[in-house]
Design a binder for this molecule. Structure first.
Ligand SMILES: Cc1cc2nc3c(=O)[nH]c(=O)nc-3n(C[C@H](O)[C@H](O)[C@H](O)COP(=O)(O)OP(=O)(O)OC[C@H]3O[C@@H](n4cnc5c(N)ncnc54)[C@H](O)[C@@H]3O)c2cc1C
Length: 444
């Protein structure tokens, strides 16, 4: 008879690791199955390397010139990736009681998977297999060749120009990264605006910011084909570059023979789950990018924990998705949490420009704005959207305010450190009561 494992976790990225740790906290030794580099997307080919390269670009833009050999920047990034992978994943795994199996998993029944030819039975499962770049069906693209985030983070050749197809987080970050490495960069976006699911004022400001650095941006452009010489033909003209980066989104990794386990997909092509992260198979849960929702590292980690709590302890935990913040790590950062003004039926908003925030002036970068959206009457904060220096840090305060259902008045009533970028949140709240362009510093 086959040994029935208590909990099998598929995928060892953020969601899978969080699930392992929670399982141990609940007294369970899980089986962790994964393929590829341990740690998954974020540490190897996502957040960590991209943020390091952006930071290096920032440092060298202050210095005014790049190092002689700009490839040393990639070596620096590689060192950090190896160090963090060892510290945050390999060593962490050693600290927990877990059975690690390397290999690709596929379901063989509602209660079993096959890995490396071995079938294993499980009582409960958490699917955390992440996502991969979605490659659009553009005539000629496959023949001509292209980069995804993986190749762009570890290029095997020197280029002078890069054409980026896409206009969301990854596209914006790589556009600035490569521009600051001294390359000509063009961004081609199909929608009428960049980052179309963000507050329109932020989309406009983001475009201006990229253009101010010499990045060529074209929106409302449909790519018709790609020809030799890396020529991208759109309905708005042609553009030629040394390489093409595809940044048109990510698709969930669902090549798992899910039909064998009665697990259905949702309309986004991800695994269908209910509010408690349970799939259409009651013994199987899913967490992270594989669901096809907001693809964020911290959300994946949270979902890994919640999935295990619900699978093992029937805890009925749900995640407050309204207060999940997101950021794009250009300089200045873009960040947002909660609802956009257009999504609130009975709402009102106030906007403060960074030129009216003392710290932005002190830092010498007054690009951007902060917009706070609140419910009319109660003034409960429902959304905060911003572009400004360190906005990715500042937005955490707004996330807390939304999670704890705070009102604009609560923020105004809280003394903030002067001068900080976080003070911009207080100024946006104060703008509901007075004209902040006519305020002296720190008036309550
Ligand atoms: C360029 C880039 C930059 C990013 N920057 C940020 C950022 O700054 N902040 C942020 O919050 N998010 C960022 N993200 C998103 C973030 O990386 C993901 O949301 C996060 O890594 C998802 O974690 P996960 O555990 O769901 O999946 P992953 O980390 O992708 O892990 C999935 C794991 O499952 C394994 N796997 C897949 N199929 C199988 C199978 N059949 N059997 C066994 N194992 C399998 C994979 O090999 C992998 O190890 C970025 C993403 C990219 C691409």
């Amino acid at each position: 008879m086959l040994l029935k494992r208590k909990l099998i976790i598929l995928g060892y990225g953020a969601a899978g690791f969080a699930a392992v740790i929670r399982a141990n906290e609940l007294g369970i030794k899980p089986t962790l199955v994964g393929e590829g580099e341990i740690g998954g997307t974020c540490v190897n080919v996502g957040c960590v390397p991209s943020k390091r390269l952006l930071r290096l670009g920032e440092i060298y833009s202050y210095k005014g010139k790049l190092p002689e050999n700009y490839r040393t920047l990639f070596d620096d990034k590689d060192k950090l990736v190896s160090a963090l992978r060892a510290e945050k994943y390999e060593k962490v795994l050693g600290a927990y009681d877990v059975e690690l199996i390397k290999g690709k998993a596929r379901f063989t029944s509602p209660t079993s998977i096959k890995v490396n030819g071995d079938v294993m039975e499980g009582e409960k499962f958490v699917i955390a297999t992440g996502s991969s770049p979605a490659i659009p069906d553009i005539p000629g693209l496959r023949e001509v060749g292209y980069w995804t985030n993986v190749e762009a983070l570890s290029p095997d050749k020197d280029i002078d120009s890069l054409i980026i197809i896409g206009g969301r987080a990854v596209a914006l970050e790589f556009a600035q990264m490569y521009r600051r490495l001294g390359k000509d960069v063009a961004v081609i976006q199909r929608s009428p605006t960049l980052i179309p699911d963000w507050e329109p004022e932020i989309s406009i400001a983001a475009r201006e910011m990229l253009e101010s650095e010499g990045i060529f941006v074209v929106t409302n452009a449909k790519v018709k084909e790609v020809n030799k010489g890396k020529k991208v033909v759109t309905d708005r003209g042609e553009i030629e570059g040394d390489e093409i980066l595809i940044a048109t989104g990510r698709r969930p990794n669902v090549d798992l023979a899910l039909e064998q386990a009665n697990i259905e997909l949702n309309e986004r092509g991800g695994i269908k789950v209910d509010d408690e992260l349970r799939t259409t198979n009651p013994n199987v849960y899913a967490a992270g990018d594989v669901i096809g929702g907001n693809m964020l590292e911290a959300l994946a980690g949270k979902e890994g924990v919640v999935a295990v709590d619900n699978a093992i302890s029937n805890a009925h935990r749900r995640i407050d998705l309204l207060s999940v913040p997101r950021a794009i790590f250009t300089q200045p950062n873009l960040a947002s949490v909660g609802l956009r003004e257009a999504e609130v039926r009975n709402g009102e908003s106030r906007t403060v420009f960074m030129r009216d925030v003392a710290k932005a002036n002190i830092l010498g970068d007054t690009k951007g704005l902060i917009k706070m959206v609140a419910e009319k009457g109660s003034r409960r904060i429902l959304g905060v959207h911003m572009m400004g220096e360190n906005a990715a840090e500042v937005i955490n305060e707004a996330a807390l305010a939304i999670h704890f259902k705070m009102k604009v008045d609560d923020v105004v009533d809280t003394v903030h450190v002067f001068p900080t970028m976080a003070e911009s949140i207080k100024l946006a709240a104060s703008a509901f009561f007075r004209d902040v362009t006519r305020m002296s510093c720190c008036v309550d």
